[in-house]
Design a protein around this ligand. Structure first.
Ligand SMILES: Nc1ncnc2c1ncn2[C@@H]1O[C@H](COP(=O)(O)OP(=O)(O)OP(=O)(O)O)[C@@H](O)[C@H]1O
Ligand SMILES: [Mg+2]
Length: 341
């Protein structure tokens, strides 16, 4: 394994790792469960996700990333080193790493990502901005002087950018994505049925019948929780129309951000985007009707990328081949990588 290069997508919901020559070899929730009395880690990834909302008072489930950036440095570092150990079958594993970062993060936030990964023992770290990686992962040739609009709707943030010549012409980032959809469902059900449900239950309902455009084909979905007044167990059968009511507001906020960015996009690039349409990536691009909603409001074709959830990791993986250029020739205009440490 010595000398192997990898790419990491450090997402709010999940960490994905791409191994050069192999593809995506790890996709695990970005969650750590900690014993609050001893500060010891009890579980990580899928095992920790199974504990969400089901812990005793001795265990705290922690999300080390919030809205695409590290919010708990020690836990993020722990998570990264655990996953790197998991994928390496040799003791000597000093990879060069391409890591994706949201396009509008501060230098301090960038530094936290670099430091957390360095601590795991790597040779070199190169950064790639998420929309650039998303476009590469969706199979778009971004090196030409042609505008491409990518919108990555993840768990914590929606990152969007118009790309040309391997760089970002204009970009926006909003903290509205999958987690906000889950919260909107929780709020709606509490208000309408006086029923308190957990985040996992809300996410399951969203994946089963969630929609941001009228959906007729599905039956109701049962959610279970606790009555806010009596404290007793309660359930409700939720319909697609109710989901639409709960989710339309955050979805429209994403659309508004796209419209606002397009208003500021250079006319030539706008022409390209108008012909090719918008590319949607990220796990939340799979929510029913998001493509139709955006297409109707922005009046352009919208396409959801294949395997939208792993596009950023795939694209960061494809950018591994640019690490040598970065080392030999400096940054270069057509290098999709944005910085090296
Ligand atoms: N079928 C589906 N319908 C609706 N939402 C979905 C579906 N599948 C996954 N999601 C949502 O996608 C989100 C995770 O997407 P993704 O893996 O792209 O996020 P991330 O990269 O971890 O986050 P970010 O890029 O914001 O830091 C979660 O909120 C999840 O609930
Ligand atoms: Mg992401």
């Amino acid at each position: 394994m010595l000398g192997t290069d990898i790419a990491i997508d450090l997402g709010t919901s999940a960490v994905k790792i791409y191994l050069d020559g192999k593809g995506i070899i790890l996709n695990e929730p970005a969650i750590v469960a900690v014993n609050v009395e001893t500060d010891e880690v009890v579980a990580t990834g899928k095992e920790a996700y199974a504990m969400v909302g089901r812990t005793s008072d001795k265990i705290d489930v922690c999300h080390p990333l919030c809205n695409g950036v590290i919010s708990n440095f020690d836990m993020a570092q722990y998570l990264i080193s655990t996953y790197l150990k998991k994928i390496s079958n040799s003791k000597v594993f000093m990879p060069r790493v391409v890591v994706s970062v949201p396009c509008q993060i501060t230098e301090v936030e960038k530094r936290a990502v670099v430091d957390a990964i360095s601590a795991a023992g790597v040779r070199k770290i190169c950064l790639i901005e998420e929309p650039v990686a998303a476009a590469l992962g969706a199979g778009v040739d971004i090196s030409t002087p042609h505008g491409t609009l990518v919108v990555d709707i993840g768990g914590g943030t929606t990152d969007m950018a118009v790309l040309s010549l391997s760089g970002i012409a204009i970009s926006r980032s909003v903290k509205i994505a999958g987690n906000v959809f889950d919260e909107a469902i929780i709020k709606y059900i509490r208000k309408k049925y006086n029923l308190i449900i957990g985040q996992r239950m809300a996410e399951e309902a969203k994946k089963a019948i969630g929609c941001v455009y009228p959906r007729k084909d599905l039956s109701n979905h049962r959610v279970k929780g606790r009555n806010a007044m009596t404290g007793l167990p309660q359930w409700a059968d939720i319909s697609c129309d109710e989901m639409l009511e709960a989710l339309i507001e955050p979805a429209v906020q994403i659309v508004r951000m796209i419209q606002e960015m397009l208003e500021k996009t250079a006319p030539e690039l706008m022409g390209d985007v108008y012909t090719d349409g918008i590319i949607l990536t990220g796990g939340s691009a799979q929510i029913y009707g998001i493509d139709t909603l955006i297409s109707k409001k922005v009046k352009m074709p919208v396409n959801i990328a294949t395997d939208s959830e792993i596009c950023v990791a795939l694209g960061a993986g494809k950018a591994i081949k640019f690490i040598d250029d970065m080392e030999n020739k400096g940054y270069g205009v057509l290098n999709p990588l944005s910085a090296a440490y």
